[in-house]
Unconditional design. Structure first.
Ligand code: SF4
Length: 336
């Protein structure tokens, strides 16, 4: 037979995505692997509800960072986005921190790259400005290492009050949260022009229409939303404040929720007597409401990937040289 007749073997199924697995079977497998691999699963409120349900702890960034320091198992699986896995590793250097998908990033963290922040700080210093840099927790560890303080939407006011009154504040990376904090604390700030792709696209028209259709509804909005959304909110707060607020109301109430749509899951679990309506994202050019209120980065976390990373022991967040500086700032800001 001539060589030209030896046809290459073609895998007819190459590139064809595997069919979805049964979620209940996956949950059972995850429960078994958690024990076998001595692992604890932490899940952010913005990942799918089924992942929150199999997690040992679900919460906002602050709760999860604090929970990470109390984990007794040798492995942490962090279902969230990359900067959260970094924070868990930084606060637990001796533990193995796995993530279902290392590519789960954050548009807000990406809007403030460390070299750009360093150059901006150097310019301010060259001008003789006396300032401290306050970073929202949604930043990379390399950025945290350049900052004096880290805040979450849950502790921001308290931390801002710790910045000496004779210092200016450079707030990074979320301009909307920074503007809101300027208003509630009365402290002027130099704002980095970053924003979150999810919170920036709520449709004000749809919010007003939803308010008209539900005249008794209470609007709750995350402070990462732009001012035009916050102006129509009855309650402004991070995810934990939202949960506390709805839990404190016994009377069945309709809430219009302006934050990542998966947040409805823990709100409904905490206060099932209420109706929660997600505020939609902006209209697309075809007139349809887009799914912009779902974070595409958080959506990279799936039950299947949680199972895979537990089973395979990867991908893992590994220690980086700048984690040492980031650790000092995180501990000072979140744990003291
Ligand atoms: S919702 Fe926004 S801030 Fe949160 S992880 Fe997604 S892109 Fe980042």
């Amino acid at each position: 037979m001539s060589a030209s007749l030896e046809l290459p073997v073609v895998d007819a199924f190459a590139g064809v995505p595997a069919p979805p697995e049964d979620p209940l079977a996956l949950m059972d497998e995850i429960d078994r692997l958690k024990v076998e691999k001595d692992a604890t699963i932490l899940a952010h409120y913005y990942v799918d509800g089924e992942i929150q349900d199999i997690a040992d702890v679900s919460g906002d960034s602050l709760q999860l960072a604090r929970a990470a320091t109390k984990v007794t198992s040798g492995t942490i699986v962090f279902a969230g986005v990359h900067f959260m896995g970094e924070s868990a590793k930084i606060l637990n250097p001796e533990k193995r921190v796995l993530m279902p998908d290392l590519l789960a990033g954050c548009s807000l963290a990406d809007s403030c790259p460390a070299p750009a922040l360093k150059a901006f700080q150097d310019n301010l210093r060259a001008e003789g400005r006396q300032f401290e840099t306050v970073a929202y927790i949604n930043t990379t560890a390399a950025v945290k290492a350049l900052c004096d303080w880290i805040v979450t939407s849950g502790n921001a006011r308290e931390i801002i009050e710790r910045v000496p009154a004779d210092k200016e504040i450079l707030f990074v990376p979320d301009q909307h949260l920074g503007r809101y904090l300027m208003e509630v604390t009365g402290r002027p700030m130099i704002l980095w022009p970053g924003s979150c792709m999810v919170h920036e696209v709520f449709s004000i028209q749809d919010l007003l229409r939803a308010k008209r259709n539900n005249p008794k509804a209470v609007v709750i909005a995350h402070p990462e939303c732009p001012r035009n959304v916050l102006e129509h909110a009855d309650v402004i707060g991070g995810t934990e404040k939202m949960k506390k607020h709805v839990s404190a109301i016994a009377e069945p109430t309709t809430f219009l929720v302006a934050t990542e749509a998966n947040m409805i899951h823990p709100l409904h679990k905490a206060a099932p007597q209420h109706t929660f309506i997600p505020v939609p994202g902006i209209m697309t050019s075809t007139g349809e409401t887009c799914a912009c209120n779902r974070c595409p980065h958080m959506a990279r976390n799936t039950l299947q990937k949680v199972r895979d990373c537990l089973r395979d022991g990867r991908p893992e967040i590994t220690w980086q040289p700048y984690f040492d500086d980031a650790r000092d700032v995180l501990i000072r800001s979140l744990l003291q």
